[in-house]
Design a protein around this ligand. Structure first.
Ligand code: SER
Length: 316
């Protein structure tokens, strides 16, 4: 029987994946865990408090619940990572190594770990960035994701751990608020529009970044995790692409619904991070090897975000 542990279940991605996987495999098949006691997010569910740096607790949870799959989502994101680089490195790197080691030792059947467009850097080709190219990240987050990709490949090749990974672009969803990312302006902007507040953007208006609507990201993750082993030829992490836009373009897509919505530009250190990342991603390998295809473009996403955020009660 499939029994899934979600590490970082109260984060932006964790909330969405837990919700989706419980609906898919059944409530009892998915055990959410997080560093903080946020069991109020999962009132009717078993919940474990887990600091992924604590490997004895990780081992206990894996054994106690007879876990067969792990989704390891706990990480410090790009912008926040720059405020405490050594902690970001420790959490992102040691956390992954603990999970990989336990997966090897406890013979966990399958592991998911997210990588990011942050593995790329200033001298990476910016448009339609290929799967294999120059990757010279200049954020601690990007460095940790790139090193993490190599460890994933290593554990797969050397110990046969079935690890699967996607290089997410900026993720945009309504169920949860993100924390500490450079692409997160594209989530906050919808909340400000709904609240009829002026939005202060920390990027310049023409800064184009690869982005993806959360429903596409969750579907990509589940499709990758459910595809047959033989389809997976990339064991570091797959490029995946959804859409690309600038702050000015998302602003105009929202203004179609909220004509009085105002936005100011106050670029800060996050502009430098954004400028070092690609504008668009070539995801040929994901499309050819396991059939990936995105559904949402910017107008569809804006409509969904505004519709869901303006409901009186949200899902969590
Ligand atoms: N969304 C992430 C960030 O901005 C990139 O993976 O940090």
């Amino acid at each position: 029987m499939t029994k899934i542990l979600i590490i970082g279940a109260c984060g932006q991605l964790g909330i969405e994946l837990t919700h989706n996987l419980k609906a898919r495999y059944g409530d009892d098949a998915v055990i959410p865990s997080d560093i903080a006691d946020k069991r109020n997010v999962y009132v009717d569910s078993v919940f474990e408090i887990l600091d992924v740096l604590d490997n004895s607790n990780l081992k206990r949870i894996l054994n106690y619940h007879q876990i067969s799959q792990i989704y390891h989502l706990a990480a410090v994101l790009s912008a926040r990572g720059e405020n405490d680089p050594l902690f970001a490195w420790k959490l992102n790197m040691d956390g992954l190594l603990n999970v990989l080691e336990e997966a090897r030792a406890e013979k966990i059947k399958r592991v998911y770990w997210p990588s990011s467009i942050a593995v790329f850097g200033p001298s990476t080709p910016k448009k339609m960035t290929p799967q294999e190219t120059i990757a010279n990240p200049n954020t601690v987050y990007g460095i940790s994701k790139l090193a993490g990709e190599r460890w994933c490949q290593y554990y797969h090749d050397k110990y046969d751990v079935d690890i699967r990974s996607l290089r997410y672009p900026g993720l945009i969803g309504w169920r949860s608020k993100p924390g500490g990312g450079t692409t997160d302006y594209a989530v906050d902007i919808y909340h400000k529009a709904i609240g009829e507040e002026t939005f202060e953007c920390f990027l310049k208006k023409d800064t184009i970044l690869p982005m993806m609507y959360m429903d596409d990201a969750i579907r990509a993750t589940v499709e990758l995790m459910e595809t047959d082993d033989k389809n997976i030829q990339v064991r570091s992490s797959y490029n995946i692409s959804g859409m690309s836009f600038s702050p000015e373009q998302i602003y105009h897509s929202i203004k179609g619904f909220y004509p009085h919505f105002e936005m100011l530009y106050k670029p800060d250190y996050r502009q430098i991070i954004a400028k070092s990342w690609p504008e668009s991603i070539d995801d040929t390998e994901a499309r050819e090897q396991w059939g990936w295809a995105p559904k949402y473009d910017l107008p569809m996403m804006t409509e969904e975000m505004l519709k869901n955020l303006s409901r009186p009660v949200t899902a969590n």
